[in-house]
Design a protein around this ligand. Structure first.
Ligand code: HEC
Length: 114
């Protein structure tokens, strides 16, 4: 086998491993399969207390597009209020995600949270 072939085989194996690892981490992403009604309640209780334009920026489901909510939730550890998120169970965050995602700016039923 030539050196060049070995190089390509190593490269393919590396790409395969990277693909498997990528899929495994993607599995921890939030899905909108939670309970949106409960999510609305939880959002009002746990997020809206600050995000009503008072101590933090006004925030509603239609503040972001579905893709933006996806990114926000995938990287919530970077938010200033990450500590608040960590007080909630994963299931509760999934419910909140479902509520926000299903009523996002570009969803069939965009909504504000009044
Ligand atoms: C103790 C108050 C507080 C609570 C509770 C809180 N946040 Fe925040 N959040 C903030 C502050 C302060 C910021 C920084 C920027 C700002 O003022 O919006 C922020 C930033 C954000 C941002 C980024 C906004 C942007 O435009 O950059 C998002 C999204 C967000 N919070 C969502 C949430 C969600 C969802 C919850 C409930 C799970 C939550 N927050 C709970 C205070 C809070």
């Amino acid at each position: 086998m030539s050196r060049k072939n070995i190089f390509w085989i190593v490269l393919c194996v590396a790409a395969l491993l990277a693909g498997t690892f990528g899929a495994a981490t993607a599995g921890s992403e939030f899905t909108n399969e939670g309970n949106g009604r409960k999510g609305k309640y939880l959002y009002r209780k746990s997020c809206r207390s600050c995000h009503d334009g008072g101590s933090a920026a006004e925030l509603s489901p239609n503040s972001q597009t579905q893709a933006q909510w996806q990114r926000t939730f995938a990287k919530y550890e970077r938010l200033e209020c990450a500590e608040e998120w960590k007080k909630l169970e994963r299931d509760d965050l999934t419910d909140i995600y479902t509520y926000l995602y299903d009523h996002a700016y570009d969803s069939p039923q965009p909504a504000t949270c009044e």
